[in-house]
Design a binder for this molecule. Structure first.
Ligand code: MN
Length: 249
């Protein structure tokens, strides 16, 4: 089995190294990852300047682009054969609820799904990125179990969030996305020249987390596995909206 690993924290990130080591228990591993941090770049694709790939070692190439670029380049040019699965992560930080829409880690997996390759995104929800080395055995077990399923769900990626190492893991839960509400995450201030600037990030966040949600699972010490599909259509609204009688004239 050929396994492609990527991430959004950069090719040098501890989480990616640990993921690749864990994946080696399931197959042959290749890494194509961004040459710098690309967190929160979402599903962005670089179209307005050329991309370059550089060899890091026999198994690893770094690309001056986003996780989506990395997967597109790997599948379209850099690998000799199509990988059987793409693993993205292990991200330093959670990717739950609406955060999956901003996440480069999830986008790497999403790009693989679009290109028809099974994909799994992994995120570590603890604070210390170096602690990710301790979850390697757990990752190995998860990867082995997931890749030995008789059929990987089509047009679906799996989004996995792992509780902090300080927590005693109680099990695995299959979940849905929670809802997140950010407050105060936009800072408005002035630079030393007196010009106004804005800074997105930080602030407080609250979760609307039902019992079957990803946030609830992780908070209670469970590994969360959420199946995500890429069709954003609101099917419940279709028939009602068709009654709006929208017309072009
Ligand atoms: Mn990241």
């Amino acid at each position: 089995m050929l396994i492609l690993c990527t991430n959004d924290d950069g090719y040098f990130a501890t989480g990616l190294g640990v993921l690749a080591e864990a994946a080696r228990s399931a197959g042959e591993v290749r890494i194509v990852a961004p040459d710098r941090e690309q967190s929160a770049t979402s599903h962005s694709l670089t179209m307005h300047h050329p991309l370059r790939a550089h060899r890091v070692n026999d198994f690893t190439q770094r690309v001056d682009g986003t996780p989506t670029d990395c997967v597109a380049l790997a599948l379209g040019a850099l690998l000799d054969q199509k990988p059987d699965v793409v693993l993205s992560g292990v991200n330093h930080g959670a990717n739950m609820g609406e955060d999956v829409l901003y996440s480069g880690t999830v986008a790497g997996a999403m790009e693989a799904t679009i290109l028809g390759i099974p994909a799994i995104a992994f995120s570590y929800t603890g604070r210390d990125p170096e602690a990710i080395v301790k979850i390697r055995p757990l990752l190995e077990r998860l990867i082995t179990q997931l890749l030995s399923q008789p059929e990987f769900p089509p047009e679906t990626l799996l989004n996995i969030n792992i509780p902090p190492v300080e927590t005693e893991v109680r099990g695995v839960r299959v979940t849905r996305l929670a809802r997140r509400v950010y407050t105060g995450s936009l800072t408005r201030a002035h630079d030393p020249s007196g010009r106004e600037y804005f800074w997105i990030g930080g602030g407080a966040s609250e979760w609307k987390a039902d019992e079957d949600s990803d946030f609830h699972a992780v908070k209670n010490g469970y590994i969360s596995v959420t199946p995500l599909h890429l069709d954003l259509t609101n099917y419940k609204l279709l028939s009602g909206m068709r009654e709006w009688g929208l017309t072009h004239e």
